[in-house]
Ligand binder design. Structure first.
Ligand SMILES: [Zn+2]
Length: 442
């Protein structure tokens, strides 16, 4: 038997298609010719902050075993299916396929990590493909080869989640998605300890149905394959479901965020986790974004909470100078209009600086609040006429309206990769996975 990892990426366009749908079609075709799947199809989200990202920046990998005699047929089927189901006429859709044999070397795993957290180059992908005797096919510019190799290299040994995706029939694509809202609500209530981001808690909007012309009717995310399948059974679609597929993914794992120790290490397009103290107070800029700066001994950077970040933006607005925070988010490079900016996905408030409010002093004779006689000229009492040229404003500590803790953008504006609140404590570690596997095998 031959072990094969089939990565592919960038088959869709904003006007049609979805690379996960191509994966679903391929699973059916490959099963028919006799391959054995060694994992669920992997749906790997790559760095959401690359400037040329495809929608959602998701790449796919199918991991299989097959007889040596059908390797050719497998490869032909894959290439043919990708060619027929890609939006090749669309400028900017540049599909790629990579066939990788046997085990995944560390170098390819590192390449994947870099593609999820930063920027990788085509020449690095091609070098690895050549070094390890893999085969790659690129359509047009072939840029999809980068994502294809990255999907192969992300073997999801650590934290991961599952998504079940139900697809629409071709004639329904582009029309309004029809699904019974009450069944989604019920599913959410019954499965919420094992699924996530079904409904936005602030707006009550259903999040499992995407918008746009792609063939996805809905997708449910969760901790296990069984959980998402269970959830899928509870949903009542009001239009035919063409097919469904369960993917193992890095959704909701924060795997795009890399912790760095100092602000001067921040690089454009590389999502970060970094600490600093608030050095410029939050200001509201059009259209209702909140921008502030954080600083450490190495540098200073702007942080922005955009309007759709809802509650996170409300919290950011109340920061004051000296608060110590940890920010999580993508990095936008400097432009003529703004300096380099961390776009907040999350924020952890570590230390809140006491806040003082200045009041005019009270009259020592009659107790009425005095009035200023001009800057540095002291205060006078309107009621009894008392004057004190040396009197100063009194600082009174006022309670902070925000608390120490972690704040996350609401599910409706979360990135695919953002780990939501409800997943904290449910992370799957490699060790834990191994323990569960051992327990099952014993
Ligand atoms: Zn007085």
């Amino acid at each position: 038997m031959i072990r094969m990892h089939i990565g592919f990426d960038d088959t869709d366009s904003p006007r049609m298609g979805c690379t996960t749908h191509v994966a679903a079609l391929l699973v059916e075709k490959l099963l028919k010719i006799g391959v054995v799947f060694t994992d669920y199809p992997n749906l790997i989200r790559l760095n959401p902050n690359v400037p040329w990202k495809t929608r959602g920046n998701g790449a796919l990998c199918l991991r299989i075993e097959c007889k040596e005699s059908i390797v050719e047929e497998v490869m032909e089927t894959v290439i043919d299916t990708i060619e027929k189901n890609s939006d090749l006429e669309y400028k900017g859709t540049d599909p790629g396929v990579v066939f990788f044999f046997n085990t995944i070397p560390l170098e390819v795993k590192d390449f994947a990590k870099k593609a999820i957290q930063g920027i990788v180059k085509m020449k690095d992908a091609l070098r690895l493909i050549e070094k390890f005797g893999a085969e790659a096919i690129g359509f047009k510019t072939g840029r999809g080869i980068i994502g294809s190799l990255a999907a192969i290299g992300e073997t999801l040994d650590e934290d991961h989640t599952y998504e079940i995706i139900a697809y629409r029939t071709p004639e329904n694509c582009g029309t309004k998605r029809r699904i019974e809202a009450s069944s989604v609500k019920e599913m959410d209530e019954k499965t919420s300890s094992f699924t996530f981001n079904n409904i936005d808690p602030e707006t009550k909007r259903i999040l499992i149905t995407p918008r746009g012309p792609d063939p996805i009717l809905y997708g449910v995310r969760g901790e296990t394959a069984e959980a998402v399948k269970q959830a899928h059974k509870m949903i009542k679609p009001l239009e035919p479901v063409e097919r469904w597929m369960i993917f193992r993914t890095n959704h909701g794992t924060d795997s795009h965020l890399r912790e760095i120790s100092t602000i001067n290490e921040i690089k454009p397009f590389n999502p970060v986790i970094v600490r600093g103290f608030v050095s410029k107070e939050p200001r509201i800029i059009p259209v209702r974004h909140v921008v502030f700066s954080i600083k450490d001994k190495t540098g200073e950077v702007d942080c922005a909470a955009y309007e759709p970040t809802g509650s996170l933006r409300q919290i950011a607005k109340q920061l004051i100078l000296g608060d110590v925070i940890e920010v999580y988010g993508g990095v936008r490079p400097a432009s003529s209009k703004h300096s380099m900016t961390v776009n907040l996905e999350k924020m952890c408030i570590l230390v809140l600086k006491p806040k003082f409010v200045l009041f005019n002093p009270k009259c020592p004779k009659c107790g009425k609040t005095m009035k200023s006689m001009g800057k540095n000229k002291g205060f006078k009492c309107d009621r009894c006429g008392f004057r004190d040229s040396k009197a100063k404003k009194v600082a009174v500590e006022s309670e902070r309206s925000i608390k120490i803790g972690l704040y996350i953008t609401p599910p409706r504006s979360q990135r695919h990769l953002t780990k939501p609140y409800c997943r904290y404590g449910k992370e799957k570690s490699g060790e834990l996975q191994k323990m569960i596997a051992d327990w099952h095998n014993s």
